[in-house]
Design a binder for this molecule. Structure first.
Ligand code: G3I
Length: 642
């Protein structure tokens, strides 16, 4: 009797230890400075539709600190029925046409629970009111943009000004890439087994097929202008697993977002939905998702990569609950260990309410709690994964101090001495493994073979912290070999400073390291130099810098630019650029010089206040444009050809 009492006491004691030691998901995530989110179906717990799920509400509140509406933010739920619209005119929407109570409920919940709120979604081909498509499919480009801009403005500004809460992240566009191979912008989708044109398809037709990209840019730019604070995301599925093939959906996504970043479109992140099939998420597969996240994060400073709709469906006997738990663990550990991956969102938490059985025959059990709201093995997997999360290493120079560049000495940077910080931070390398089994930096994915970096491919990059003591033009020499002609460039803070550099076919990958020298301008100060391969494979040995005594940086004085009201765009240019001369129509001649001072192009001014300069046959690189005015003044501008 006595013994069993003691035993009971010990058990109670052990029990309370383990209870107090086990963190909830959101507590564990908060310890790692991350959030953990879920869809929330408000209708389940406020008594609407005859449901009042106390357990649902309790778990949502206890376990999660980020929320997204499964459906309530979609236009099908926000746009009142056509016969009920106040304006009865989709092209002249007013806030009275928007069912704002759907927005209020999630924002209120977010505020009450001190949580992140995701806004899903502004522009989507699906999730529409049934009557919408019949009207919208007749719109031309201008009408599509008019509706979209108004809709974005009404919904976003309402949330921006809502006194009870706000939206932290918006999915501005969802699923605009097709599942075709080759992938492209989506023109149709399957609705109840029927192939239906998407309602904004005419933006593609109106601009010779190129209209989609400008429509996407337009939506993001519009959204940023309405509210500059929330993060703006592009969100999609089947883009998660890295695929080198540019025609794949992943390849298309990467090029699309890269283009947006290069055009300066205000995109803050990419949402990787993460609707995975359990049994397929091996470590190798998760590593490929990791690579996609690294690619996205590497696109610009602060760019975010987020898993937005995670679930792992079990289909037939293809997997089981314990395999699923391991898969969840490795996905959580990987995704939350990323820089600029602020959290992770699940597409639900209980199998009682999941989209899976309705959409995938024979699949179910995708989430963390069963139909009775009890934890499944997947819950422990997720918790373990969060607890294993590590903080990424901050970027730093390889030898702890930057490479010094001055006007006296030759600075040699071995390509192998790229910065510390790892994948997505100091480099991006999507070809697996090292060319030799060397031990030098063996845990980095960059392909180091002895003293060189080998077989670098298009899209791969490495960064080097440099400290420029003397601003000026430097001769930058690349030392490379390849059995192919290659292309590469250098950038600083996202600005391409070299244009495309052509590297030679040296006849062999292993011998005949050959120099390619180009002049590049460098500002003084510590900065991060990025080397990007545009066309490979190239084997790389050294970068060296020598001050160029004969060239100086020629830049337009800001005052002069203002005085002349003169604009050049686009710079860098591909084939031609435009120069506007609002008040100075008196220019008579445009001349272009290369950096050695040789004149490579001239064009007479025809007297209009906009001139298109079309310097045929110019190699990529930096040039000086000189504008001769009739009043004998000369304007000097630095231009960059890509
Ligand atoms: O509200 C109607 C109801 O009145 C009607 O009786 C019933 C009959 O089927 O349908 C109800 O609408 C359904 C709606 O969910 C709300 O339950 C739609 O048919 C159904 O198609 C819709 O499915 C949603 C789907 O998006 C399409 O919007 C799913 O719940 C939702 O989980 C799913 O979420 C998407 C993300 O937005 C984007 N990423 C993929 C993800 C999963 O498909």
């Amino acid at each position: 009797m006595k013994c069993s009492l003691i035993l009971t006491a010990i058990m109670i004691c052990l029990n309370s230890i383990s209870i107090s030691a086990q963190l909830t998901l959101k507590q564990a995530a908060e310890n790692k400075n991350k959030y953990i989110g879920t869809i929330l179906n408000i209708n389940f717990f406020n008594g609407e539709n005859g449901t009042n799920e106390t357990a649902y509400r309790t778990i949502a509140n206890k376990e999660f600190n980020a929320f997204v509406a499964e459906n309530n933010f979609k236009s099908g739920f926000l746009l009142r029925g056509n016969n009920q619209t106040t304006s009865n005119d989709l092209l002249n929407l007013t806030i009275a046409d928007i069912n704002t109570s759907n927005l209020n409920k999630l924002m209120d919940w977010g505020t009450a629970n001190n949580s992140i709120v995701r806004g899903h979604v502004l522009i989507w081909h699906s999730g529409l009111p049934t009557w919408f498509e019949a009207i919208a499919s007749n719109w031309n480009d201008a009408e599509i943009r008019q509706f979209s801009a108004k809709y974005i403005e009404l919904v976003m500004s309402y949330c921006r000004d809502y006194p009870g809460g706000n939206v932290d992240e918006w999915d501005v566009i969802n699923e605009i890439i097709s599942d075709n191979n080759p992938a492209n912008y989506r023109q149709t989708y399957s609705n109840n087994g029927q192939n239906v044109d998407v309602w904004f398809k005419n933006v593609a037709i109106s601009a010779g097929g190129q209209g989609y990209q400008s429509f996407i840019d337009f939506c993001f730019t519009t959204a940023k202008a309405i509210d500059p604070i929330p993060k703006l995301y592009y969100n999609d599925y089947n883009i998660e697993v890295y695929n080198r093939n540019q025609n794949s959906k992943n390849g298309f996504l990467r090029n699309m977002v890269k283009g947006m970043v290069e055009r300066g479109i205000p995109i803050d992140g990419v949402g990787l939905q993460g609707h995975f099939v359990s049994g397929t998420m091996s470590q190798t597969q998760v590593d490929k998702v990791s690579l996609t996240m690294d690619y996205i994060i590497g696109l610009k400073e602060g760019m975010q990569s987020l898993i937005t709709e995670l679930d792992l469906r079990i289909c037939g006997n293809e997997s089981n609950l314990s395999t699923q738990a391991q898969e969840y663990e490795r996905i959580l550990e990987m995704a939350l260990s990323k820089k600029n991956s602020p959290g992770l969102v699940f597409w639900g938490f209980t199998d009682k309410y999941s989209w899976i059985p309705q959409f995938f025959d024979g699949c179910d059990d995708a989430l963390l709690f069963n139909r009775n709201f009890s934890e499944k093995p997947s819950y422990a997997g997720v918790l373990n994964g969060i607890n294993k999360v590590t903080t990424p290493t901050a970027q730093s120079p390889f030898n702890n101090s930057p490479f010094i560049i001055n006007n006296n000495d030759t600075t040699v940077i071995p390509f192998t001495e790229f910065d510390n910080g790892g994948s997505g931070i100091a480099y991006f390398d999507d070809t697996k493994g090292q060319e030799t089994n060397g031990t030098f930096r063996a845990n980095e994915n960059v392909d180091i073979a002895g003293s060189i970096v080998g077989f670098t491919e298009a899209g791969e990059w490495m960064e080097y912290t440099i400290n420029v003591i003397n601003a000026g033009v430097y001769d930058l020499t690349l030392n490379t070999t390849s059995e192919f002609a290659g292309k590469a460039n250098f950038s600083i803070n996202g600005n391409n400073i070299s244009g495309t550099i052509n590297t030679p076919n040296t006849g062999s990958f292993s011998t005949n390291y050959t120099n390619t020298t180009i002049p590049i301008p460098l500002e003084a100060g510590e900065q991060i130099l990025r080397f990007t391969v545009e066309q490979g494979p190239i084997n790389l040995q050294n970068i060296s810098f020598n001050f160029n005594n004969t060239l100086a940086i020629v830049d337009l004085e800001p005052e002069l630019e203002e005085q002349l009201e003169l604009k050049l765009y686009p710079i860098p240019f591909k084939e031609s650029f435009v120069i506007t001369l609002e008040t100075f129509k008196e220019a008579k001649l445009f001349k272009i010089f290369d950096l050695s001072g040789k004149m490579v192009y001239t064009q007479k001014h025809d007297g209009e206040n906009i001139a298109e300069i079309n310097p045929i046959g110019l190699q990529s690189g930096i040039y000086i444009l000189s504008v001769d005015y009739k009043n004998e003044e000369t304007g000097i501008f630095k231009i960059l050809k890509n």
